[in-house]
Design a protein around this ligand. Sequence first.
Ligand code: HEM
Length: 422
Amino acid sequence: MTTDSTQLGESGGEQRLSRRRALAKGTASTVAAGITGYVVAARARPTAPPAAAPQAGASRAGPRSAAGTDTVSARGSRQAGVDRPVQPQQHVALSVYDLPGAGRPDAPGSDFVHRSGKLVTGLGTRALMLTQGGDAALGGLPPGDVTVTVGVGPRVVAAVDSSLPGARELPEFAREDMPDSARGGDLMVQVCASDPQVVTLADGALRAWLRERSAAPRWEQYGFRTPTQRAQPGHPAPVRNLLGFLDGMVVPSTPQELAREVWLPTPARVRGGTVAVVRRLRLDVTRFLAQDLDQQERAIGRRREDGAPLSGGGPDTPLDLGAKSAQGRYLIPAMAHARRANPNGTGSGLMLRRGYSYANGPDDRGLLFICFQRELRTFVATQQRLDDGDELSGFATATASATFLVLPGFSAERPLGASLFS
Ligand code: HEM
């Protein structure tokens, strides 16, 4: 059996219902939870040595890859690679393209829309073939848990209907240093797998297929995640980033949270899709690590060893943003990243962060930030609040930036992009 959102139902995973929840508490959190309607679950487990256990969310009995992982169905009402497998695979190739039809697309119903829809449908078919096994492009390797996730950029969505989610471009933010070619784009192809060779070969096959159809590559980034212990059922385990801190602790993960924060319920054209933001963030790792541990932890707002909040308790304890020292100072400093990014402060939704570390060389390494949410505003409000004062942001420079509508799921009977382009 493979993991498939149609099999799991609209909520995306019945096993997640059994999840132990840690509810937000503390003065500030409680007040703001009332405002935003959130119940933010904080959960963390220190990472463990490499384990060959199957990825959570993968099947028990599909074809297995060289890395010993199980398959993840490409089919479903929602695309794979967003919340399944539950534990993101260890490797990613994220590519951004422009679709043929340069210049401004015409009004809805234009040839640009028609041709884009046709190309996306073909891309979905090609992706299905790659994930099913036996595709010559994988050189005999089993596909394992490879997933291909496709999104279309604002220019494409707006050409269909400018009122749809995903039709708006990302604004510019502080600390950006990127050529025009690394900003925006028409098409996102995210390939993830436990086996980096499968990622490379599948990404290469899709790239060749797209180039043959005149899609123009903009930028591409490979990324990796540290191995984790097998995640608890239904819970993505946080992983250590290049700064040594556990990342991905506060994310929506239950079916209810994912339905509320990530998946688009309406309109019908986008139901089962989500809005992705991808940003390549170059980190000054050397300068960050040159600080003493206390400074590093104050920049994040959590302990490096186990991710416990500086307000006290263990890794599972929610942030207490109101907690103060005997001298009246916030235990989680005013400019700590965890405080600045907390939805209670931004008044926005809670994004699903599913990023990867990257290393293009000693001076270009950092975080390939990938997040999914219902509303672009969730990312924008959070980023703007970080721009206004976030200790960690002083170590980061964005070198690529884009947003995409991740299309609703697909199958052999229901082609990729069918609802958007129909
Ligand atoms: C500059 C690179 C970044 C690094 C190294 C980083 C790292 C971290 C770490 C270690 C945490 C605490 C653990 C956790 O909850 O996952 C965290 C939390 C978080 N980060 Fe980042 N982050 C970065 C950029 C961003 C950006 C650009 C955003 C969105 C605009 C963001 C949004 C969040 C959110 C929403 C949380 C959870 C806050 C909470 O409610 O506790 N981060 N990040």
